[in-house]
Write a protein that binds this ligand. Sequence first.
Ligand code: HEM
Length: 492
Amino acid sequence: NLTGAILFIHFILFVCSVCVCVSYYIGRRPIVIIADPDMLRQVMVKEFNKFPNRMTVRGMTKPMSDSLIMLKGEQWKRVRSILTPTFSAAKMKEMVPLINMATETLLRNLKSHAESGNSVNIHKCFGCFTMDVIASVAFGTQVDSQNNPDDPFVNHASKFFAFTFFKPIMIFFMAFPFLLKPLAGLLPNKSRDEMNSFFIKCIQKMIKQRDDLPPEQRRRDFLQLMLDVRTGNKYMSLEHFDVVNDADEQACTEQGMDSGQENGPGNESTKRAQQKRMMTEDEIVGQSFIFLLAGYETSSNTLAFACYLLALHPECQKKLQEEVDEFFSRHETADYTNVQELKYLDMVISESLRLYPPAFRFARDVDQDTVVNGQLLPKGSSLEIATGFLHTDPEHWTEPEKFIPERFTPEAKASRHPFVYLPFGAGPRSCVGMRLAQLEIKMALLHIFRRFNMMACEDTEVPLELKSHTTLGPKNGILVKITKRENFEDES
Ligand code: HEM
């Protein structure tokens, strides 16, 4: 086809420097692939100011264009500074009851699969589970996609995943951005427009409903946390923004501001480094939307990959179940604080994300000519961070293709370069939802392996066929068999 032919001609691969990075072109835009951990540290953390943005994708429409993933410069800093504290440990604790509701439905469904004796597509189950979680924590809406796949919300969300940025036409526009304006009108995308307007209307309606409620009846979800700063008249400091990336640290700074600088930004010099702590309604819609997108597939793929690996490695599954049983001999319920005690569970998730990182590549734009480790990165080019490659590079991992959770003991981690493992990115632009993702994944696995065993069966695809047009995921789902654990007393 035409697009494919154009792409073929314009993907000119040339080696810039042996082993350090490789480049290719999309149209006239040079893309430099980086997989050297020292260079990555430089780009993502030390010299972040020169690479603060992701790759420009022209022609992006609302609400996507207002989302954190796409925002740039000062606007991104302002919105990110507001959102980071909404993922603090304290806020995560408030999300636990919302996650628990979706987990209960998941467990009930898995129980009936276990009783049926048939193999189950665990990837599909987790897709519904993470959709329920994200709809609840981000949009403040209770959907039951696990039992009602025809719910209009679920239906529209799944449409988005059918529309991907990696469609040939999107790459064509990245290659020839000057053609976008004249051609965009000729190429209407009905499904995308319908989906965008569904979400915009949906979120606007929710905002209106919230505003009509007395404050004490408003749900404590991300939507409310954002609405609380809608008409903010407080100022926040962006001066040290690129070195402060810890949600809790920012929450402290925020409290400091609350007490000290209620209505005024202070003198002129501080004013320059400060911005009003507020978000517009469009920005709120944009963030709710990106939470759904970024939080749905990534988390469900991780859960499914972890179960697949545990089904293929019964000795690891047994070890995990022992840890889980021991946990419940000490605690009646799981919460944000005590799940952090589950060290082996954490290692299993880390190793699953190493072998199958859902965000297997991501990008940065080069804002100014910069020499990094002797390599010129020219202004106007884009950097592609090759996580998938790094995670299996035999230079950093022995027997990289094997599932070995012990690679993530504190000692093993300390002996490695930290930038060879980047499932959530790194630096100020890293994944803002990491804590939420880890929490929901841990909660789900903890309860599942307390109650069930997972086994590979004749329907389990080994090796897995993967797809990578949006996130890295299983191409044909993941089929396993589930049985109930004998020693678990089911109270339901
Ligand atoms: C296992 C689950 C997840 C994985 C593996 C993952 C991975 C990533 C990665 C690799 C990035 C790019 C980081 C960089 O450029 O340095 C990213 C960005 C982002 N993620 Fe996640 N993510 C996950 C879950 C979530 C969840 C649950 C949410 C929201 C509720 C979320 C929201 C975002 C947002 C908004 C960004 C853009 C941040 C910015 O540009 O400032 N992610 N994620």
